[in-house]
Design a protein around this ligand. Structure first.
Ligand SMILES: Nc1ncnc2c1ncn2[C@@H]1O[C@H](COP(=O)(O)OP(=O)(O)O)[C@@H](O)[C@H]1O
Ligand SMILES: [Mg+2]
Length: 362
């Protein structure tokens, strides 16, 4: 086949498949729908926002839940609904892109992150924002380990301006790992966004399909929703990406396409992992019987070999729930003899893990 033939063929087939799509935005993970599907967990968030805007008394929030449980969307949606209020500012920063206190402040002030200290930036910030302010720090657990004291949190919590702080994270234990000095002044209300069930995922998909597609099959949507709820941590992103593949491909096999979507998104997740979590995954992978205690013992050996101080068992266990919340493992209670013990089921294969490790080190 000639290159030109290939090019024409591909562009024809793309043309054909995109005819199914009325509005590409429904597949954009950052797209904010006109009306997201209601989830009850959003109520205390709205209550806290309104109370603060009325009284000026800050009620800090820590919102946690698995990847793709709608945390970012809900917060952005509320922000958009409240945008017309003139008596307060609501700011949003994602710590994935701005991963130190310094960079967060520089971003909020619109200055280049160099040439002055965090304290100087903080001073400028306090001058710039003198009225009520709600500051959202999304993916706050991705603040770099280099930013050891998380100054931004300390400064916000202690500010006489009474700013309100909203922290979002996949990591349920983020707050309990903070320095005592920050925790005691922040004392955020902890709000858990539970995983969507298959019915809710189906509703979200149907909504997108109605808006964005010319035609779709209800059975496909139901199958995608069921797969997402059953074999991921209900990560709606995987569902949306699967819907995209199902739409653009000619006779797709939904289960196969679903696995592809999952692999695509797995790469992003692995890129965010720190070295210790990597070692934990490897330990689980190498354990013939991946019961939690065995994996912990193996993890300690691997850490020693890599000259790293291993986590204590308590932290190790917290890391397991984190790995579960980002969809890399499942913890399954299994009966051994008379007692129950947790068994780790990996949701990725060793090739994917090693490939990701390789690309991190190079
Ligand atoms: N209630 C909802 N209604 C409509 N779409 C949703 C809803 N919850 C999540 N989504 C969609 O699912 C995807 C993942 O949600 P996101 O807010 O990014 O999750 P998180 O921040 O918890 O990882 C996004 O594309 C989002 O638009
Ligand atoms: Mg998010």
């Amino acid at each position: 086949m000639k290159i030109t033939d290939y090019l024409h063929e591909q562009s024809r087939s793309l043309e054909q498949s995109s005819r199914q799509i009325r509005d590409f935005r429904v597949f954009d993970f950052n797209h904010i729908p006109e009306e997201p599907i209601m989830r009850h967990e959003v109520r205390p968030v709205i209550d806290a926002y309104l109370r603060y805007l009325k009284t000026g008394i800050a009620n800090h929030l820590f919102i946690f839940g698995s990847r793709g449980s709608g945390k970012t969307l809900m917060i952005k949606y509320i922000q958009r609904q409240l945008a017309s209020r003139r008596d307060a500012d609501i700011l949003y920063v994602n710590c994935r892109q701005h991963n130190t206190s310094f960079k967060v402040l520089a971003r909020l002030l619109g200055v280049r992150p160099r040439g002055c200290s965090v304290d100087e930036l903080w001073h400028q910030f306090s001058v710039a924002y003198s009225r009520r302010l709600i500051l959202v720090l999304d993916e706050v657990d991705l603040l770099s380990d280099k930013d050891r004291h998380k100054d931004i949190l300390y400064l916000l919590a202690r500010s006489p301006r009474n700013y309100m702080v909203v922290l979002l994270s996949n990591h349920p234990k983020f707050v309990s790992k903070l320095d005592e000095s920050i925790r005691s002044s922040l004392q955020p209300e902890m709000l858990h966004f539970r995983n969507y069930d298959a019915t809710e995922i189906l509703e979200i998909l149907r909504d997108r399909a109605r808006l964005g597609l010319h035609q779709f099959r209800e059975t496909d949507l139901a199958q995608i929703a069921a797969l997402t709820a059953r074999s991921t941590n209900s990560d709606v992103r995987i569902a949306i990406k699967t819907l995209y593949y199902v739409t653009i491909e000619e006779s797709p096999d939904v289960a196969e396409v679903f696995n592809r979507a999952r692999r695509d998104l797995l790469r992003d997740v692995l890129n965010d992992l720190n070295d210790r979590n990597f070692l934990i995954l490897r330990a689980a992978m190498e354990s013939p019987e991946p019961f939690v205690k065995e994996v912990y013992a193996r993890y300690r050996r691997l850490s020693r070999a890599a000259q790293e101080e291993p986590f204590s068992y308590v932290y190790f266990y917290a890391s397991l729930s984190y790995l579960q919340s980002i969809g890399l493992i499942l913890l399954l209670a299994t009966k051994v003899g008379r007692a129950y013990t947790n068994r780790i089921q990996l949701l990725l294969d060793s090739e994917t893990l090693e490939a990701a490790n390789h690309s991190r080190l190079t």
